[in-house]
Design a binder for this molecule. Structure first.
Ligand SMILES: [Fe+2]
Ligand SMILES: [Fe+2]
Length: 355
């Protein structure tokens, strides 16, 4: 017979991290799952049976709300879009670091790396905090929510602390290769975690909560969110058209796009100044501003052209990590190898130091 209580961090200990073996064994015992049945296993995590009442925490609330989400595809869900912003930073910065290789860094590259690492860590710490302190506790009122998803944060944060230390230690004249290796490990740990949340946590949240209820929970932490991180959320959607579509689905009035200083457009511009310009500069091999489209930039790829046609004319941003969506980066990447040590352009330094 399964025990009444699901596995907890106290039972499993702090070393659980992204390892699934211990977790799955504990789940099998707690939920009475068949031997070998896997609930959470990185990218191999199977679709969860959200109708299974073993995930029901409160008899008053059953898994009967999934159909209310019919008009909001999973890929449009704010949680997935928030993860897209994380994936975007993980993959873009990895490409930038890999491109730098063993070469000694010049001053603007050091500044760009430090600023990007700092901004990314603020973003991810806030994301974890939103999940750990607000979203997950709210979900747990109705759902037996697998603690493994939160346990991953412990190991991820340890790695982020190390990234912070290494980011601060980056200096002119030295290569960034040690940070690049750590970033690769970090990405390999974070990406499956995001997938697990989307495969297990998201369907459970949708089954037990209405879109309006989830909207209220999200609103409670969005109002105090870091503006740059929120700008990344908008930037990664890829275009004004997509952003307005998201706003309509989320019940956010379209005028919010235009609010000076705080609207979606202003936040997106802020992100482009304080984050995207840095990684685009590292990818380009010289300092660039990603706030406006560079008309004289290298000819975009076929996929990027298609993406531009699909979106609006001001689209600079990658729409998540989708292949055709890498418009912004594909513009700059073409000239990477030969220009990695090119000198600073004074005109653009101001943009990079705006943080
Ligand atoms: Fe998480
Ligand atoms: Fe997450």
């Amino acid at each position: 017979m399964p025990s009444a209580a699901p596995p907890t961090l106290e039972l499993l200990g702090p070393t659980l991290g992204v390892s699934t073996r211990t977790w799955n064994a504990a789940c099998a015992e707690a939920y009475g799952t068949a031997e070998g049945e896997i609930l959470i296993d990185g990218f191999a995590t199977p679709a969860i049976n959200w109708r299974d009442l073993r995930f029901q925490a409160d008899p008053a609330f059953g898994p009967d709300k999934m159909e209310l989400w019919a008009k909001i595809p999973v890929e449009h869900d704010g949680w997935v879009r928030a993860h897209n912003a994380i994936r975007h930073e993980l993959t873009q910065f990895k490409r930038a670091l890999d491109g730098l290789g063993e070469q000694p860094l010049c001053d603007w590259q050091v500044s760009a790396i430090k600023a990007y690492v700092t901004g990314h860590l603020v973003h991810i710490h806030e994301h974890h905090s939103n999940e750990d302190k607000v979203f997950n506790p709210a979900i747990r009122k109705r759902v037996v929510y697998p603690e493994k998803l939160e346990a991953d944060h412990v190991q991820l944060v340890q790695m982020m602390d190390e990234i912070e230390r290494m980011g601060k230690a980056v200096i002119v004249g030295e290569p960034v290769s040690a940070l690049a290796r750590l970033w690769t490990e970090y990405e390999a740990m974070m990406l499956p975690h995001l997938h697990e949340e989307e495969t297990v946590g998201l369907p459970l949240a949708r089954a037990y909560f209405t879109p309006q209820e989830i909207g209220k929970i999200v609103e409670s932490f969005m109002k105090d969110g870091d503006p740059v991180s929120m700008g990344g959320f908008v930037h990664v959607m890829g275009s004004k058209k997509v952003a307005l579509g998201f706003m309509a689905e989320a019940g956010i009035p379209s005028f919010v796009w235009h609010i000076p200083g705080k609207g979606f457009k202003a936040l997106r511009t802020l992100y482009r100044k304080k984050m995207q310009s840095h990684v685009d500069s590292l990818l380009a091999g010289h300092v660039v501003s990603s706030v406006r489209k560079e008309k004289a930039a290298a000819k975009p790829s076929k996929g990027a052209t298609a993406a531009a046609k699909a979106g609006d004319s001001e689209n600079l941003a990658p729409a998540s990590i989708g292949a055709a969506a890498l418009l912004g980066s594909s513009i700059h990447v073409a000239s990477v190898p030969q220009q990695l040590s090119s000198p600073v352009k004074r005109m653009d330094v101001q943009v990079l130091s705006a943080r």
